[in-house]
Design a protein around this ligand. Sequence first.
Ligand SMILES: Nc1nc2c(ncn2[C@@H]2O[C@H](COP(=O)(O)OP(=O)(O)OP(=O)(O)O)[C@@H](O)[C@H]2O)c(=O)[nH]1
Length: 388
Amino acid sequence: MSLPSHSLTLIAAIGACAGISMTVWLAFALPARIAPRASLLMACANGTVMVSLVFRLMRSTHPGGALIGWTGDVLAVASAALLGMAVTAITRRRVPWRRVCATVAAVALVLLIAPGDDLRWPVRIVHGAGACLMLAAGIGAWRQLSVDTKLGDRLTPAPLALPIFLLAILMAVRCAASFVLPPEHLDMHRPTPFNIALLWGGVVALLMQNATLAFLVLMRLIRRIERLLERDPLTDTLNRSAFHQALNHAHAWFRRDRGYALVMIDMDRFKQLNDTLGHAAGDAALRQMVAVVQPCLREVDRFGRLGGEEFCVLLPDTNIAGAALVAERMRTLIHAEPLRWLEQDWPLSASFGIAEAAATDTRGDEVLARADQALYRAKHLGRNLVQA
Ligand SMILES: Nc1nc2c(ncn2[C@@H]2O[C@H](COP(=O)(O)OP(=O)(O)OP(=O)(O)O)[C@@H](O)[C@H]2O)c(=O)[nH]1
């Protein structure tokens, strides 16, 4: 029976895929500086795959070179560890450097004391450890993608974690094969159907892994750009256009029987603060006000800056009585914490106007206009007040 391809061609294909991927990830990490930490780890992982393949091939051509074989094996485990760390870097923030380095060092030590003349031992140790590392990375990626609400609203974790699990399965299969197959069949040079199938799996898994990680990096980038487009840079609340979008969305739901209320907030005598303490103090007061009222809000509430020192909070599923309670709590908290600036305290306060969506409102802007009128009344009645 003629085999579909020679194993050496497939090993070269894995090396070429790893080399091309390494170059792309290096371009991501260095000139483009896109997710530099994860990209650099992916470049190192692919580079290590390439170098380890060369060393492990040399083991067959230099059968006596125990050090060559050992280096190739350690690099193979290191490549699995680096791939796992890259996945962690892109899905989580903290990479467990110490734990992974200790695992690779322990595997290197075990490989040193294992019988060098029997290929089954390095295959068991390298692929057993590699499978465990990839499994841990896959589970970590799955968990993180399941709880990551920023990505979770668009992506499901299964297709993203799948290539990592595929690599873990391939490594586990080769580890298991070392208990069943005769040692000479474990040499990947030999074009046995098992080796060919495993090598094809390696090519596919490597390509899928790189494509998935690149996709995740791009998703993060898109999220960051979207965030920059919708956020106010000073206070990190929604900017005017993003808030209006949220308001229109809430009003569309209101027509389907989901009420909402608005709370307009305007800092009192802010011009005086700016003129006395300076613009930087004014900016600090705005940031402090936002930080102080944030704990009063639920996750579904939307907080936006409409301009200057004027803000608005959208409270879904809330009536006017609920909005009054929230606004009163905010008012008390703002007033309780003066701005500490250059060793002096400046009293802060804000006025509030609240309104609830009514059946006669055709657009969200009409509710906003009512909240604005209520705010005007609060200012007119002496400030530091909530008005409906
Ligand atoms: N520091 C700072 N000041 C701002 C910002 N945006 C607007 N302002 C200032 O906010 C002040 C708003 O002043 P007014 O509209 O007169 O309001 P006010 O002094 O708070 O008076 P009342 O609302 O009636 O209590 C102006 O001096 C603006 O220059 C900002 O981003 N940072």
